[in-house]
Design a protein. Structure first.
Length: 94
């Protein structure tokens, strides 16, 4: 699902559904919010060690694992959408 949403050029893949599923995967304790610590493992598996801090910065605004910052579903979706827009703009610029 992740790969199909990332490479979709038709607009038919359910990007918003993917982002909700991503939130649910990150919310390991079922609290309705995602912490930096909860997101680290999935982001590490997806992006590797080299891009982990960058992705944490984009989504949470910090890569500090001791941060107490939690994102609700709405905040998480807004942050991920902003991150995707930045990535698309950088691709178009190059």
């Amino acid at each position: 699902m992740y790969h199909r949403c990332r490479v979709d050029r038709t607009g038919y893949e359910p990007r918003r559904l993917f982002n909700i599923v991503e939130f649910m995967m990150n919310d390991r304790d079922g609290s309705g919010s995602v912490s930096v610590e909860e997101a680290m493992q999935i982001l590490y598996l997806r992006f590797g060690k080299g891009l982990l801090d960058t992705q944490l910065e984009e989504i949470f605004g910090t890569s500090d694992t001791n941060s107490t910052k939690d994102l609700s579903l709405t905040e998480f979706l807004q942050s991920v959408t902003t991150s995707h827009v930045k990535q698309l703009r950088s691709k178009l610029a190059s």
